[in-house]
Design a protein around this ligand. Sequence first.
Ligand code: GSH
Length: 243
Amino acid sequence: MADYQLYYWPSIQGRGEFVRLTLEEAGADYVDVARMPEEEGGGAGAVMSMLRDHQGGTAPFAPPVLQHGSLRLAQTATICRYLAERHHLVPRDQPGRLHCDQLALTLADLVNEAHDVHHPVGVGFYYEDQKEEARRRAAFFRDQRIGKFFSYFERVVDENPASGGWLVGSERTYVDLSLFQVITGIEYAFPTSFARTAPDHPGLIALRDRVAALPRIAAYLRSERRIPFNANGIFRHYQELDA
Ligand SMILES: N[C@@H](CCC(=O)N[C@@H](CS)C(=O)NCC(=O)O)C(=O)O
């Protein structure tokens, strides 16, 4: 039995990817439960039955969910923080840890906005049934939100008094891994807009490349454990949404 069990949808990066990246950089012993064959207890059904059959303690609302011994935790930012504290992926001091929380939740806001570009009316409707609204939402996201969020994170890197080019402190933390995921996701979904804005954010591009070169992350990105971006995840590429 692995130390950690991650429950997340098996065919997408989604929000589970922030947890996977943290587990990978931690060098943690984990199993991505739903990616196991169904006959071994895997598949999407494993996620649904875990949610349905949960008894005792605080029930999770939605995946990703991490199981560690008797502890079951949901909410991406909470899970990543928990893992990061156990595996030295956060600063030791409380202000540093709180600032990591602050940045993780700001990234979660950006992830929600990126998702809502292709589902502005609601997740219960197909993209094809909300294309017109998606087009309007995409223009706003591309023209105003990507730049605003990127400028913010660039500023945080610039103003970090420690050298190294990370977000908080002098070493990489779990929020650097999460920012890497968001930058690469936006690059995948909005390549034209990304190419236009990237030169204004050299600190972010350098951070992205530095994360990709971390030996454990580089090995993970090359492995089959890394699910490619696809048309069902949070970051989706629709040509008509990337002006
Ligand atoms: N704020 C939560 C959001 C969780 C979430 O929306 N999970 C998605 C998959 S990425 C889901 O399956 N949601 C089911 C639902 O909202 O009913 C987090 O960051 O973990």
